[in-house]
Ligand binder design. Sequence first.
Ligand code: UDP
Length: 319
Amino acid sequence: MPSVHTLRRVVITGGAGFLGSHLCDRFVAEGYEVVCIDNLLTGSVDNIAHLLGHRRFRFVHYDVTNYLYVEGELFAVLHFASPASPKDYQMHPIHTLKVGSLGTHKALGLAKAKGARFLLASTSEVYGDPLVHPQPEEYWGNVNPIGVRGVYDEAKRFAEAMTMAYHRYHGLQTRIARIFNTYGPRMRMDDGRAIPTFIVQALRGEPLTVYGDGRQTRSVCYVDDMVEGLYRLLLSEVVEPVNLGNPDEVSVLQLAEEIRQLVGANSPIVFEPLPQDDPRVRRPDIRRAQELLGWEPTVERREGLLRTIADFRKRLGCC
Ligand code: UDP
């Protein structure tokens, strides 16, 4: 019988990233021992600097596409390593494919060796440019495998297939979170995504760059809500994929206007070409998460954006 102590140890790959570092915080706060593994390709030590001296936190600078060895017993492996913004994964297409395929295989192998449960950070991108709206988990998606986003989308689809194979063939306890657009403090200012880009542009009084006509939609979830959903999912017995996101859908143009207003900037909005395969709409159907996890987001967009803007102001040391 493993001791209570050993049952409370988790590995978080990608733990120095935006979402991963918030997860590290949560698990440390819940009393777990956290082993954070990250190669710092898109993550940063700044995100975990406040945890480095903590006796229940350990950082390992390592690329999880290589053989993964961790001493001692583990309760869970949470696989969050991957470039996640379109700019990042298009800049690192082969790393993205490798961490989604080889990295997922290694993380699953570690979970199997330790008898630990496994949680995969999957994505709304498995639905591609969706033809069903909002997207329920039953929808198989509309992905262009050879498009510029295919490196991320197909890596995550492969990762889901690999996760289910370990569940079916090895009886591993697996969880799959399909994560929709999430935002909050610690997002990288230059990750190219809409919210950090608009905030930085507004704070600097520069034009806000809206791609296309800005009528494409996203549904944005504040990071604390996401972490709560992920925590509940890990502790649940739900094997099938679960959408986690905020169904509060907004056009990209409206998002730019809101951020400009909340920052109090006079920046103009300029329109730039729409990137290839940019999904036209995206909104999670979260009934499964509501029914099986008793979870739904609670932070309003205005409040979440204000908290994020405050963090960006602090880090920019300006405005
Ligand atoms: N976008 C934009 N201006 C920017 C960055 C992004 O208009 O400076 C748009 C992008 O084309 C997409 C939406 O905002 O329609 C969300 O993009 P993001 O990169 O945040 O994530 P995605 O949901 O596409 O993965």
